[in-house]
Design a protein around this ligand. Sequence first.
Ligand SMILES: [Zn+2]
Length: 76
Amino acid sequence: MDATCALCEQADARRLVAAYRIKVCATCWDLAAEGWPISAEPVLFKALAKQGLLIADRNEKNRLPRDYAPPADFAL
Ligand SMILES: [Zn+2]
């Protein structure tokens, strides 16, 4: 059942980040409280591109939002 964190590769990823469809560990999740660190962006962009997902607008700290709801009409 152990999933690997998409960001730090620890084997205790329990948090599903719906917007990016990745799983991360609690540590990485906590670090992203105000948006994902710049170092995480390559992984996030890759995850989005691979799945044909939209890239979120940056927040007021110029970070990618930790999670967000896709538009209601977004077809899965
Ligand atoms: Zn992690």
